[in-house]
Design a protein around this ligand. Sequence first.
Ligand code: ADP
Ligand code: MG
Ligand code: MG
Length: 925
Amino acid sequence: MNDTVIDKIWAFGFNEGDGKDKKLLGGKGANLCEMTQLGLNVPPGFVITTEACLDYLDSDDDALPSDLMDQVRQQMQEVESLTGKKFGDPEDPLLVSVRSGSAMSMPGMMDTILNLGLNSETLQGEIRQTGDERFGYDSYRRFIQLFGKVALDIDDEEFDKEFDAVKEKANVSEDVGLSADNLKEISERFLHVVSEQTGRPFPEDPYEQLEIAVKAVFNSWMGKRAVDYRREFHITPDMAHGTAVNICTMVFGNRGDDSATGVAFTRNPGTGENKLFGEYLINAQGEDVVAGIRTPKPIDKLAGEMPEMARQLEELRQKLEEHYCEVQDFEFTIERGTLYCLQTRNGKMNAVAMVRTSVEMEQEKLIDKKQALLRIEPDLLEQMLYPRLDPEAQAVSLAQGLPASPGAATGIAVFDADRAEVRGKSGERVILLREETKPEDIHGFFASQGILTSRGGKTSHAAVVARGMGKPCVAGAEGIEVDVNLRIASVGDTTIHEGDMITLDGSTGKVYLGEVATIEAEVTAELSILLKWADEIARLTVMANADTALDGRDALKYGARGIGLCRTERMFNDPSRLPVVIEMIVAETLEERQVALEKLLPMQRSDFKELFEVMSPYPVTIRLLDPPIHEFLPSENQLVRELEQLKQLKQTVVGMDVLVGTMSLLVDPLATNDEAEPVHSLADAHMVEEAISKKESMLKKVRSLYETNPMLGHRGVRLGITFPEIYSMQIRAILEAAAECEKKGIEVHPKIKVPQVCTAQELLSVKRLVDDIKAELKERLGQTPGFQFGTMIEVVRSCMRADSLAEEAEFFSFGTNDLTQATFSFSREDAENKFLPMYNESGILQDNPFEVLDEKGVGKLMALAVDWGKKTRPDLLVGICGEHGGHPASINFCHNIGLDYISCSAPRVPVARLAAAQAALSGEE
Ligand code: ADP
Ligand code: MG
Ligand code: MG
């Protein structure tokens, strides 16, 4: 295959590559080109394309494209002429870094090799040129280790062992304390490690080094870490396919006290504050800052140490933002008073910072409202609604680290990623506690509530990854001594064992022993502004699913414009009502049932009234009783067990009064509580007898209600038709509540929604109940409240009959949970527990359709139903109230097929509002 490709360009100089083509050049490469061409001070270099990577990975014989290395040599010559140095020159050698970078940023997923081009000869040239032996060996040992690890697959520990041995021998604690001789010895030991581990000497030829390194970077694309990362973050080949390789002239932050290296954000990624944020280390090279080996200094300090560099850095910050119109996360190195920019990318920020920068950059005219809305991933907003530590909790902190990623988290301390994964999967809340984290710990992050490290700064691996995931993180809590082998950590006299509960606050950097109370987050001023913009642009109205007045208040706080789904069964389940509900269910005759319903009516009426009052003037959509009624009764097993107990009791009673120790069953024969409190009361045989007979009749009822397939059984409108008195009671409660509100001058818009409808006849029978009650109210009160009558669309047949349903229904509400079950013929629990994960892993189904709306199947049915429904009734209102209603991708789909509203759980409302605006904006283009 390689030979057939002629004249393909595999490598582009930083001064020629297209800075917009991230797909071809990777994000890092494209930006290096862009910055070079903008005139920023980027060390000369070139990018080997992702196409070359794919070509290489496709080849059977592990060969690079045939002319790739020729092109690399040509590009190298270009770099040589720009730098005035020669690759492999024993006098004044050009050294380069070899860096990966794909279209999607995958921080730390692949390693970078620094100082490539060093060998025993060029090393001496480098030392002569710089006159700095220490620096020469420092660079050399770094190169051997990185090359050994990344390109030759040697375990880091092999090197660390030698490094620590020399450090100990020399009796120094920090790397900077090592002398030239120490570093020389380390280099020699490292060379030895390489030949030991690979069975060959370390490669001396710089071009051989380069070729091995390029292949290693290409191979890392298919490495486990990278593959896991892509799977976890749903990075598909059309988002990023293959990695590019960036070859970049080395610049040295480890050339002494006038040199430094650092990373910075153009604005604070934790708060959004418009001020340079970052860290640096004097006399250090690249990875040192990120690796958490030394704790870096905050960027504010630079002005004191190197005022001119601080000024230039500020200038760089301005230029980057003006050009990219986005917060940048960049790397810089200062070599003997010259500032270089080594990388830039859009900054990953938490939700608070994203929202604040969106609003402020709009005000600064850097971006417009549309851009301000589009740059935020809607799901991110949920983070802002995360709990924080209750300031009233008055907990005394155990240790202080850096506030590296905000939010509070509680969980058991676990000392390594594998265990964190195991315990997290078993349902425990876990805090990953490490000295520092590495990319291979990524699965531990996924499983944890929060991350705590004892070393490293705010730009350490732990901090960056945690922020990206929106998980709280405290980094560099130096007071904590971690002993991974013993699985303990100590802070002064306190010892934290694995499994001990700890709490951390990623906003303050404090760590606490035990669980500390947390409180809900508030909607910030900036978020309100942003969401106001969103509402102006969105076509979809966002409502909430809320069952009680309390939920309704929450929904309003998050900006819901009404309730799209109120489930009446939640009110039935209230402990004070359940006995009456059960009474209604076990009733043998219509009269008996009416008695129970009459008790329920005022309860429902007052519930609805309260809800209407809270939600006024927004609509409240109430769904009539939906679940199969046996759900309100105790299970058959429980009843059998209780009957046995009662029968035993009967034998001990034998006619006389006894003191009963455990039998609440006697006091309240309808009690459903499995763990009944011991009740002491006098009982006689007669009472026991009566209790037994009641239990027996309930058991009979439960058995008679038994269904093989309750989800497809006697529920929804089917109940309303067989027991019209139940629906009548509910309809009456709704309309009477509305009438009472109207009388008090409160604006109400009730909507009555019928579940599980599959034919127009069903809807018509419920409509008749509504009409009867309406007529009766009219007669009694002289007027009836306004309301709408509509149907759930959650049965396949209802989609197919949408045209005729729309004759009775003034609105449709898609129940996509049930509709998904029905469309796939999957019962959700069984699917998720048994085969869906396997379906997803093997690619038979891309996503879990209960989480991500299946647009091709379920969505197709929805689109048809919308079209047909609106044909019959052009002003038909159509919405969705399933769980999918809160998911941005599904919201986009709902927008596209012409829905009018979406309804989701209250905390998803901000997410949905932003997603609705984005759907409208992307439709514009
Ligand atoms: P990552 O994607 O992990 O950040 P990079 O390729 O950006 O990997 O490099 C790792 C570290 O090495 C960074 O701190 C970077 O600034 C530094 N680095 C990379 N190339 C050079 C270079 N040519 N000169 C000096 N430092 C470099
Ligand atoms: Mg790295
Ligand atoms: Mg980098």
